[in-house]
Write a protein that binds this ligand. Structure first.
Ligand code: MMA
Ligand code: CA
Length: 223
């Protein structure tokens, strides 16, 4: 069943590439869709991805047959093609994520992807490389995320800077975006820097220590 769907996705993708090159795109008759997921418009397959073009986008028309806003003027055949391009892209992305996870390059926790470049640098440089890559420093917002980051800390056996800094008021730690912390995992007797340790590191047991920002610590980013 799975290999049949994979075959069909490949076949649909090939059909799309060919028909767009020739500018002659037929509808897609007898499309089997993805098993086990509810469809729309009588087409089996994944439900419409919400907000992809966006409810506020100027491409939005009045609600469609299923009540969701959808661009006007698209023929159903193109609509179905777009849907299948998205299904194909999602399938390809999840395979890439599988490879990266298998090779220990990324960890996924909820919607976050965590990754390290294996480098130990000061806080500013670590943050800079994460942002350059389109992410930010790993920031544990709950126990599950803390454990996922800890997995990377243990993988490299190195302390890591977190995306947390001390504000103007000493003892007040915040996320890099300035919002107050809603989860903490301080080691016993930490934080103790009283304004002299404005960064935060994760120890190899997952607990946190406020620390100077100019030490060499493992870079772990979230995306
Ligand atoms: C170091 C430094 C501090 C930490 C203490 C814990 C001596 O200072 O890492 O941030 O609180 O160790 O003993
Ligand atoms: Ca400390």
């Amino acid at each position: 069943m799975l290999s049949y769907s994979s075959y069909m996705l490949t076949a649909v993708a090939a059909l799309l590439v060919t028909c767009h090159a020739l500018r002659k795109c037929p509808g897609i008759p007898g499309l089997p869709g993805v098993p086990g997921l509810p469809g729309r418009d009588g087409l089996k397959g994944q439900p419409r991805l919400p907000g992809l073009i966006g409810p506020s986008g100027n491409l939005m028309g009045p609600p469609g047959r299923d009540g969701l806003p959808w661009p006007q003027g698209l023929p159903d055949s193109l609509d179905a093609e777009l849907h299948n391009v998205l299904v194909n892209l999602k399938h390809r992305l999840s395979r890439l994520e599988g490879v990266l996870a298998l090779n220990g390059k990324i960890r996924e926790v909820g919607e976050k992807i965590l990754a390290s470049n294996g480098k130990e640098v000061d806080f500013a440089s670590a943050l800079e490389s994460c942002e350059e890559a389109g992410g930010t420093l790993a920031t544990p917002m709950n126990e599950e995320e803390n454990k996922a980051i800890l997995g990377i800390v243990k993988q490299y056996n190195r302390y890591a800077y977190l995306g947390i800094k001390e504000g103007e008021t000493s003892g007040q730690f915040k996320y890099i975006n300035g919002t107050p912390l809603n989860y903490t995992k301080w080691h016993q007797y930490e934080p103790n820097g009283k304004g002299t340790e404005k960064c935060v590191e994760m120890y190899t047991d997952g607990s946190w220590n406020d620390e100077k920002c100019n030490l060499y610590r493992l870079t772990i980013c979230e995306f």
